[in-house]
Write a protein that binds this ligand. Structure first.
Ligand SMILES: [Zn+2]
Length: 69
């Protein structure tokens, strides 16, 4: 799993309950791993349709799309 544009493996999602809150995670291990610890993960979790943003470039899309790359 990596960004289809820049190849970066670090992304973030916006908190569904607070658009100003973001949760960063890495997919370097092949699975979604939130920064620091699990407490960093959004309360309601993320799923295939969660809008995901690349940390390094302007790519964004559904988490499910990312898994296919
Ligand atoms: Zn990118």
């Amino acid at each position: 799993m990596k960004c289809p544009v820049c190849g970066c493996q670090e992304f973030f999602v916006k908190d569904p309950d607070d658009a100003f809150e973001t949760h960063g995670f890495s997919v370097a291990s092949g699975a979604v791993r939130f920064e620091a610890d699990a407490a960093e993960a959004p309360a309601h979790g993320i799923h295939e349709a969660t809008e995901t943003y690349c940390n390094k470039c302007s790519w964004h899309g559904k988490l499910g799309e990312l898994k296919k790359t």
